[in-house]
Ligand binder design. Structure first.
Ligand code: CP
Ligand code: NVA
Length: 308
């Protein structure tokens, strides 16, 4: 069973083939209306369940559009409306869904929900974000970087801000795609030691640098994300903002990176908090390509899962 649960759980050569396939599929449909089918309709006859226990714009629309472009059918489900939210076990839900659909994508809170779904489903399961990781996003980010600047291997990526779920998947990708990652942020919000250790074990240089200006020196890519994630309590907002303000990505900070450095943000963004509009809409930014590439990267992930 080919689940797509996390980047570090997927073979590097297979990750590479997904990125290459995403790029080829994107190229093949360039200039065509969004609703036209891809050649060969690789998901014809396939039914895909998209389950959301948290809000989503990009993941929801890009998965739905991607399945339809490939000739498959989707059902978008809210976790709260399913029996999942009313006591039925994840294992039983997985067994039942496996009798109706060919593929399950789930966005949830606790990673254990995703893992239990994958353990008991007879069909592939894709991680559409948990409190801990967001692998589909970083596949799109690698695709985006490489479209603009060529191979990401050996490059220096700097994460500025909260060492959250998106940062975690960047660390996983560092290990699998062979780039280096510098984290800059307050020590209270460091990424998990386990994930830092994994990236280092795979041969990546991972540095923790409290000074954001020092951190971004020689950066090929600067990345940030919201200061308050969906799983964070709103009561921590003020404390988080105070801790994270020195790590805002603004033009001053970007001026210390390489002149050709890219800027990414998975979105949704809180403009003038984690990043200024001057950076988000400025010459380094590739955030709209990044959002578009969710579609292409996930299409490749789904094809890989289904072997089509
Ligand atoms: N980046 C991302 O996953 O966005 P959504 O929360 O809108 O899906
Ligand atoms: N870290 C953010 C990412 C949203 C796509 C969150 O989990 O809310």
């Amino acid at each position: 069973m080919k689940h797509f649960l996390d980047i570090h759980k997927t073979d590097p050569a297979e990750l590479r083939s997904m990125i290459d396939n995403a790029r080829a599929m994107k190229e093949a449909r360039k200039g065509r209306p969004r609703g036209t089918p891809d050649e060969g309709s690789p998901l014809a006859g396939r039914m895909v369940a998209l389950i959301f226990e948290k809000p989503s714009t990009r993941t929801r629309v890009s998965f739905d559009a991607g399945v339809r472009q490939m000739g498959g059918q989707t059902m978008v489900l809210s976790g709260a409306d399913m029996q999942l939210g009313h006591g039925e076990t994840i294992a039983d839900t997985a067994r039942v869904l496996s009798r109706y659909v060919d593929l399950i994508m789930i966005r949830t809170f606790d990673e254990s929900v995703l893992l239990e779904m994958a353990e008991y489903a007879d069909v592939p399961v894709i991680n559409g974000l948990t409190d801990r990781t967001h692998p589909c996003q970083i596949m799109a980010d690698v695709l985006t970087y490489e479209e603009h600047r060529g191979p990401i291997t050996g490059k220096k990526v700097v994460w500025s801000g909260d060492g959250n779920n998106v940062c975690a998947s960047f660390l996983h990708a560092a290990g699998q795609f062979g780039f280096d990652l510098t984290f800059t942020g307050p020590s209270q919000l460091d990424p998990e030691d386990e994930f830092v250790g994994l990236a280092r074990k795979s041969g990546s240089t991972v540095q923790i640098e409290r000074d954001p200006v020092k951190a971004v020196k020689d950066a090929d890519l600067v990345v940030t994300d919201t200061w308050v994630s969906m799983h964070d309590s709103q009561s921590t907002k003020e404390r988080r903002h105070n801790m994270l303000r020195p790590y805002q990505v603004n033009e001053e900070l970007m001026s210390h990176a390489r002149p050709d450095a890219l800027f990414m943000h998975c979105l949704p963004a809180h403009r003038e908090d984690e990043a200024t509009s001057a950076v988000m809409d400025g010459p380094h930014s590739v955030i709209w390509d990044e959002a578009e590439n969710r579609l292409h990267a996930q299409k490749a992930i789904m094809r890989w899962c289904l072997g089509v």
